[in-house]
Design a protein. Structure first.
Length: 262
């Protein structure tokens, strides 16, 4: 083959999920395993970006979830928010991620964005029949956040989810300094919301919850566990964590070790 023929001949297409992609993802996995504290999430985030560019959306979400895990463990709130937003761009109805984003918005004091994600969270939870779990989270948000506008929105959200008693209780806090358990000090509120963001996605520590939100205090975030098997828990190829790439069971299992992002 002449020099010009070699130069102008089309390059062979690289198959998504092929050896080259797997090698690059494994390299990033190894990089994450050897990374110093504070840098683990960066490697997983890059792996998610790589998988997304190759059209491997299920793998991308898995890696993004592992990046969020790492960033939350390192208390890197803004980095976790940034990666969570990537998941929402790939999967706009990801209930768990919308819950986490709302908590992280509240932690950062981003009231307008928190209201937007709250709206999307309600819609996604209703569509996936997770109203009780969402209501428990929203009640807890209203219980500790002193922002009257958000409290009013939370009361409307609880009404929309058919938790009218809790909605009425939350509505009593509007126009005041919040509930008796509201956290006024910004730093303490930020830490409380960050902790709630982590707890809202922990798996394997609390039994499957079916109760209504806790009224009058307590840790309502404990109710948002959802550990009962879902359609994607036992069969990675059938659930929403895979889009065109069924052979990601091991990665999904590692991701589900702690959090879920669907």
């Amino acid at each position: 083959m002449s020099f010009l023929s070699r130069f102008f001949s089309p390059k062979p297409e690289r198959k998504a999920g092929g050896g080259d992609l797997d090698t690059r993802l494994q390299r990033l996995e190894n990089e994450a395993g050897n990374a110093s504290p504070g840098y683990v999430g960066t490697s997983f985030n890059r792996a998610g970006d790589l998988a997304r560019r190759e059209g491997q959306l299920g793998r991308a979400v898995t890696y993004y979830g592992r990046a969020i895990d790492a960033f939350l463990e390192d208390a890197q709130r803004e980095a976790a928010r940034g990666v969570a937003n990537k998941i929402i761009r790939v999967r706009p109805d990801a209930v768990r991620t919308l819950c986490t984003l709302t908590w992280l918005d509240l932690s950062a004091g981003h009231s307008a964005t928190a209201l937007m994600h709250l709206r999307d969270y309600i819609e996604a939870a209703t569509a996936s029949a997770r109203q009780s779990l969402a209501a428990s989270q929203i009640y807890e948000m209203a219980r500790i956040v002193p922002d009257s506008e958000f409290i009013a929105a939370a009361a409307d959200a609880l009404d929309q989810l058919d938790f009218t008693d809790e909605a009425a209780e939350v509505r009593e806090w509007v126009g005041t300094s919040g509930s008796p358990n509201a956290i006024a000090e910004p730093g303490a509120l930020a830490q409380a919301c960050l902790g709630a963001a982590v707890r809202s996605n922990e798996r394997g520590t609390i039994g499957h919850a079916t109760d209504a939100p806790i009224s009058g205090g307590g840790d309502a975030t404990a109710l948002d566990d959802d550990t009962a098997p879902g359609p994607d828990d036992d069969d990675p190829a059938s659930g929403p964590d895979t889009v065109g790439d069924a052979d990601t069971g091991a990665e999904q299992a590692r991701s589900r070790k702690k959090y879920r992002w669907d």
